[in-house]
Design a protein around this ligand. Structure first.
Ligand SMILES: Cc1cc2nc3c(=O)[nH]c(=O)nc-3n(C[C@H](O)[C@H](O)[C@H](O)COP(=O)(O)O)c2cc1C
Length: 356
């Protein structure tokens, strides 16, 4: 199966399949209401920083497509959506265009539509440093996502089987490219042991890509008409668990992007309180655009931003930076996981308040 038709299949099955079956874990998180918010709704500032880049708000349109001539329209629509919502945006894996330059316009269209946007390049961790540099150049990217997707690859009949040397390769990519590097999972989460290794390799941000949203095992299985067991479909670290694991070892100056099943404004505010500087959303935006059209998707997006501001108000904060001062009580399976992993979650619940 060619890389181009695989890209089309990914879009097709994302639209056909639901999230999960894992839950991302946001229901295990309880934000503590503030009855005395010293905040004016109109003064709430949604700007944030990721990997040293300033974003107008904390929602990133995450990596999805490019790489087939037939996806030009949908990639243009995603770029239009990102532009009209002032969102940062990532393109999908650019390896297809590295192999076949005829496909370059299916990625560079994003920069053409959104000339002043914050745009992330994207390539797999197997790419050579030169190929990563070409991916950056291809779209004049502001940063590059290096994706890790071993669970997805081993499910694909035509996928990679040898994952040796990725960390050392990542380090070489960091040394070569002239933009910040974001290490990214695609929906199976990152544990703290690997976060520490990725940080040592010099990444500027970690996009945790946890389990509970778009499920690439389900998508790959649907492509080859294969039935997977619930055990297989539930592989991966739920998003909230991965975010807490990541935060527990995050170095100063390295940003966390929370993604994987982030859907509601409440998920977004909880992700920020967990220590995320931003969230990434992929599958849901594709579905919103496909089902409701560009204008309605923009309206829905703006409603999400308004709702986030309202949550910030009743939590007593007026900037994204202050999210870390909001107390959060963690229960359910997330709490059990963290206790067994000897990860202190009381620090989320008991905080020195830093009210405005
Ligand atoms: C159709 C589709 C294609 C994707 N292609 C890529 C890709 O090329 N590179 C990548 O890093 N992630 C890719 N992803 C993964 C997303 O960027 C994201 O990590 C994942 O879908 C989890 O987020 P979600 O639950 O909000 O969809 C893709 C996702 C979708 C839905």
């Amino acid at each position: 199966m060619s890389r181009q038709s695989r890209k089309l299949d990914h879009l097709k099955y994302t639209l056909l399949l639901e999230d999960g079956p894992n839950e991302p874990g946001f229901d295990d998180l309880n934000l503590v209401h503030n009855c005395l918010p010293n905040v004016d709704l109109d003064s709430i500032d949604l700007t944030t920083s990721v990997a040293g880049l300033r974003l107008k708000h904390p929602i990133i349109v995450n990596a999805m497509t490019g790489g087939a001539l037939d996806v030009l329209d949908i990639h243009s629509l995603l770029a239009e959506f990102a532009k009209k919502t002032n969102s940062a945006m990532a393109v999908g894996s650019q390896f297809a265009a590295i192999e076949n330059p005829e496909l370059i316009p299916t990625y560079s269209i994003v920069r053409k539509i959104y000339p002043d946007g914050i745009i992330f390049a994207n390539i797999g961790a197997y790419a050579t440093p030169d190929q990563a540099a070409r991916a950056v150049e291809m779209i004049e990217a502001n940063a590059i996502q290096i994706h890790f997707n071993a669970a997805q690859e081993i499910m694909m009949t035509e996928g990679d089987r040898n994952f040796k040397g990725y960390l050392e390769n990542l380090q070489r990519i960091v040394d070569k490219v002239n933009v910040p590097v974001i290490a990214k999972e695609v929906g199976f989460g990152i544990a703290r042991e690997q976060v520490a290794q990725l940080i040592n390799a010099g990444v500027a941000a970690i996009d945790i890509g946890g389990s509970g949203g778009t499920n690439f095992l389900a998508i790959e299985a649907a492509r080859i008409n294969k039935n997977l067991s619930q055990d297989e479909l539930r592989w991966g670290i739920p998003t909230v668990v991965s975010a807490i694991e990541t935060k527990s070892v995050l170095a100063p100056g390295v940003s966390m992007i929370v993604s994987g099943g982030v859907r509601r404004p409440l998920d977004i505010i909880k992700s920020l309180v967990l220590g995320g500087s931003a969230v990434g959303i992929a599958g849901m935006f594709l579905k919103m655009l496909q089902r409701n059209g560009l204008n309605n998707a923009i309206l829905e997006f703006n409603q999400m931003l308004d709702t986030i501001k309202k949550y910030m108000l009743i939590l007593g904060i007026n900037t994204i930076d202050k999210s870390s001062s909001v107390p959060l009580v963690i229960g359910g399976q997330t709490r059990q996981w963290m206790q067994i992993r000897n990860c202190d979650i009381t620090k989320y619940a008991v905080k020195k308040q830093d009210l405005v």
